[in-house]
Design a protein around this ligand. Structure first.
Ligand code: GRF
Length: 208
């Protein structure tokens, strides 16, 4: 059984999708063992508590330097015996030290079809605003392993979503979450916990 540690900063609807999948028995080889929030006010913490999942709050602001913050987060991940770290709306860029310690064990959900509308500055509603401005007909979500560059790691799963002519950033964000993010994040976590993912270069192979 793999220990899944979920890192959050906000509402936690993706965390909720993972909790629901676990309750339905869809992640048989994994257990959400801890939720770590960078924000003490995050509603994701309420979701965790309601479901009996231990929580920790590790706020970058409470540390004098990025290094001391990174060390505190790393220490927590070691203490939790994390096998898989899921960034589910986590608004802090992880230091390379953590990425090196957990190579191909950290996954992120991004609300576009990478490599479009991703990288530095593309987060939250900004992604959907850029999609609407460019006038693309398809967007979606991507689950990928995390490497040293924002949204650049090997892609695990992608799900396309149609853009409607009358969409606002808010309606599009909601549809991307419902039709893509909440589906592919639990699927990717399951594949990881079942040892079915193998990274070769930039490509993730999924075993049958
Ligand atoms: C999601 O759109 C996710 O793709 C992005 O941040 C948002 C988090 O939403 N990385 P929630 O906190 O899971 O509701």
């Amino acid at each position: 059984m793999k220990n899944i540690v979920v890192l959050v900063s906000g509402g936690g609807t993706n965390l909720q999708a993972l909790i629901d999948a676990q309750k339905k028995g869809l992640i048989p080889n994994g257990n959400i063992s801890c939720v770590i929030s960078s924000n003490p006010e995050a509603y994701a913490l309420v979701r965790a508590k309601e479901n009996g999942i231990p929580t920790r709050i590790i706020t970058p602001k409470s540390y004098a330097t990025k290094e001391t913050y990174t060390n505190a987060l790393l220490e927590a991940l070691f203490q939790e015996y994390a096998d898989l770290i899921v960034l589910a709306g986590f608004m802090t860029i992880l230091d390379e030290k953590i990425i090196h310690a957990y190579r191909n064990q950290i996954i992120n959900i991004h609300p576009s079809l990478i490599p479009s509308f991703c990288g530095q500055g593309f987060y939250g509603l900004r992604v959907h605003e850029a999609v609407l401005q460019r006038g693309v007909k398809l967007t979606g979500a991507t689950v990928h392993f995390v490497n040293e560059i924002a949204d650049d790691g090997p892609i695990i799963l992608q799900q396309p979503v149609a853009v409607h002519p009358d969409d606002t950033p808010e309606t599009l964000q909601k549809r991307v979450m419902q039709e893509a993010e909440w589906k592919i994040l639990p699927q990717a976590v399951r594949l990881f916990c079942d040892n079915r993912l193998e990274v070769r270069g930039k490509t993730v192979w999924i075993a049958e």
